[in-house]
Design a protein around this ligand. Structure first.
Ligand SMILES: [Zn+2]
Length: 115
């Protein structure tokens, strides 16, 4: 049985993984196009032509996920959006994070809803 805080941490971890997966190809393509001396390779040429669109796509996915997370990561007691007080979001992913209480109502995130 997961506590609300563990459930929030899992959502935050999934969101973070999506962000990393989205950014990785852009970073790789960018490094290849800047560092490679083998400009004749088709892969390098593809990277040179498209790294910026990969970066644009990554920025879009990153923003969309961050936006979605801000709605998903809510206090179980008062529905306060935790990302408004606790940035960056990855801080919530850690199991031994200091974020154990809601910044808005002060109730423990480990405790289930009590109403
Ligand atoms: Zn709260």
């Amino acid at each position: 049985m997961l506590t609300p805080r563990q459930r929030l941490a899992r959502i935050a971890r999934i969101g973070l993984a999506i962000q990393v997966i989205a950014i990785l190809p852009a970073v790789v393509a960018m490094m290849v196009s800047w560092n490679s001396s083998n400009q004749d390779s088709a892969f390098v040429q593809w990277c040179v032509s498209y790294w910026w669109s990969l970066l644009l796509l990554a920025a879009f996915v990153y923003t969309a996920v961050a936006y979605a997370l801000s709605f998903l990561l809510r206090c179980p007691h008062c529905r306060y959006r935790l990302s408004r007080a606790h940035t960056p979001t990855w801080a919530i992913t850690s199991h031994n994070a200091h974020i154990r209480y809601c910044a808005h109502c002060g109730l423990a995130l480990d405790a289930s809803r009590s109403d």
